[in-house]
Ligand binder design. Structure first.
Ligand SMILES: [Mg+2]
Length: 264
């Protein structure tokens, strides 16, 4: 860690004591859990659910997961009681701990074009792993050889890019995949969460993927104390303030949060 990053980390934890209820915002895949081709088996890293449960029990942090997955997939994997608030579909969906759910609606033209594309990809996945979402078509090529992945990406772009020109539809690039979607991105979700918090509330966001960069930028603009964290095995070019490696440094971060003297 550079001395500048270490300083930012110290400064942020120093600001937690006595501040308004802080926001602990977390991506799921790659951040709290390792990747699995079968995503329903992607359990959190050992010790992580317990640390989150302890932060929850302290009752002085607002925790939310912000994920590209449908929101309902997170609670069974994390196993926390009560479940956490989850923003799913990169922010287009919001699931409250009490089960209430909100989904952003698309304009009719965009919805129709997306519907047709989803139907066609359900029949023919272009050689990739197709994931169907209520607000998006998602193609994955993780796990394929470089050559096969290149071919799937080319075919996917040919289908997705013209539709991305339509009003209300946008492309979302992530590692080993491409999504065509409607709705808020993770940056929009983070801004929304910050806007609901007390003025000057500290905020942090932990994420690993390219889609988390919008969330990092939203955190970096916050008025209160803030820290954006790239949580990833390998370093990459990022807008995040600091880079930490899971799972050991994730556990260290959450353990430190527990002892930060946040007011109840
Ligand atoms: Mg991720």
């Amino acid at each position: 860690m550079t001395s500048e990053a270490a300083e930012k980390l110290e400064e942020f934890f120093g600001a937690l004591a006595g501040a308004p209820t802080p926001l602990l915002l977390l991506d799921y895949d790659g951040t709290l859990a390792g990747f699995r081709v079968d995503r329903f088996t992607a359990r959190p890293w050992a010790g992580v659910p317990d640390l989150l449960a302890r932060i929850q029990r302290q009752g002085c942090t607002r925790i939310a997961v912000v994920t590209g997955r449908p929101a309902a997939e997170i609670a069974p994997l994390l196993g926390l009681d009560p479940p956490l608030e989850v923003w799913g579909l990169h922010g287009a969906e919001r699931l409250y701990p009490d089960g209430r759910r909100e989904l952003e609606e698309a304009a009719p033209g965009a919805r129709q074009a997306l519907h047709k594309l989803r139907e066609s990809l359900q029949r023919d996945a272009l050689g990739g792993l197709y994931e169907d979402k209520p607000n998006a078509a998602v193609m994955h090529w993780r796990g394929h050889s470089a050559r096969a992945a290149g071919l799937i990406e080319k075919r996917t772009r040919q289908r997705f890019e013209p539709l991305a020109q339509l009003d209300g539809l946008a492309l979302l690039e992530f590692e080993a995949g491409l999504e065509l979607r409607v709705g808020l991105d993770k940056g929009g979700a983070v801004r929304e969460i910050i806007s609901e918090a007390e003025a000057g509330a500290p905020v942090t966001y932990l994420g690993d993927d390219l889609t988390d960069e919008a969330a990092f930028r939203a955190v970096n603009e916050a008025d209160g104390p803030h820290l954006s964290v790239l949580m990833r095995r390998e370093r990459r070019e990022t807008a995040a303030d600091v880079w930490l490696r899971p799972p050991a440094e994730l556990r260290g971060f959450l353990g430190r949060w527990l002892k930060a003297g946040i007011r109840a």
